[in-house]
Design a protein around this ligand. Structure first.
Ligand code: SF4
Length: 118
């Protein structure tokens, strides 16, 4: 079975870019919509332990698509590509979206659009 998941990444939760949204409400709203199989939050995916988290998660061959809401998608691609390649995850199945400086509702809608369009 192919599964898809959403990860939120929040620059350790201390960056002003994420102060306007309630990240738990964002995750809950997506869960309630049942448009992904799982959700998760990592404080800093671009740190070494973030790499480890991505490798551990994406080793699971049942996961077919991963959506990451956080910083600029091109930055995400650069930062995550080695981890994805190392475990054989197709990097074109990673869909990133920038939610920095958004309020809760705006972030929810942006993420929903990303998921629905992919
Ligand atoms: S991956 Fe992006 S959103 Fe996550 S901590 Fe790094 S810069 Fe911030």
């Amino acid at each position: 079975m192919s599964k898809k998941g959403l990860l939120l990444c929040v620059c350790q939760g201390t960056c002003p870019s994420f102060q306007e949204m309630n990240v738990f409400e964002v995750l809950n709203a997506i869960r309630r919509e049942k448009i992904v199989d799982f959700v998760g939050l990592h404080p800093q995916l671009c740190a070494d332990d973030g790499d480890e988290y991505l490798k551990t998660l994406m080793k699971n061959k049942e996961i077919d698509k991963i959506f990451v809401a956080g910083c600029d998608p091109r930055m995400q691609q650069k930062m995550f590509k080695d981890a994805f390649k190392e475990v054989g995850f197709d990097v074109t199945k990673h869909f990133g979206v920038d939610i920095r400086n958004m309020k809760t509702e705006e972030a929810i809608n942006t993420i929903k659009n990303l998921i629905e369009q992919n």
